[in-house]
Design a protein around this ligand. Structure first.
Ligand SMILES: O=C(CO)COP(=O)(O)O
Length: 122
């Protein structure tokens, strides 16, 4: 599967923790991430992540474009619902495209755990 991993700044620690916890399983998939999220995941794990631009610099749109072109199968995006983002329109567009293309989208760790649990059971 092609999985996109994204986290807003205040959620970076959470996505690192999640990636470490599920490292062995995530290793069996192709991973993509917005710039800073992906770099941090690679710093803290042995995962190899295909890096896009940083979210505020177009990374969300790059991932959105991949979704529109059938190149992403699942999105794990730990959003920060309590902090305004300068690139909010890009964030909304990415979430919207997940619904347009019926791509599973986990926006918090519990949802992501459920998704991986379901995948692992297959
Ligand atoms: O801003 C983001 C998602 O909207 C994430 O971008 P970074 O991973 O580059 O911090």
């Amino acid at each position: 599967m092609k999985i996109a991993l994204i986290a807003h700044d205040k959620k970076k620690d959470l996505i690192i923790e999640f990636s470490k916890l599920h490292e062995a399983y995530l290793k069996t998939h192709q991973l993509y991430a917005t710039g800073t999220t992906g770099k941090k995941i690679m710093e803290h794990t042995n995962l190899s992540v295909n890096l896009k631009k940083s979210g505020p610099l177009g990374g969300d749109q790059e991932i959105g474009s991949m979704i529109a072109n059938g190149k992403i199968d699942m999105v794990i995006f730990f959003r920060d619902p309590l902090t305004a983002q300068p690139h909010e329109p890009d964030v909304s567009a990415l979430l919207r495209l997940c619904d347009v293309y019926n791509i599973p989208l986990a926006t918090n760790p519990k949802a992501a755990e459920l998704f991986l649990g379901e995948l692992k059971s297959k």
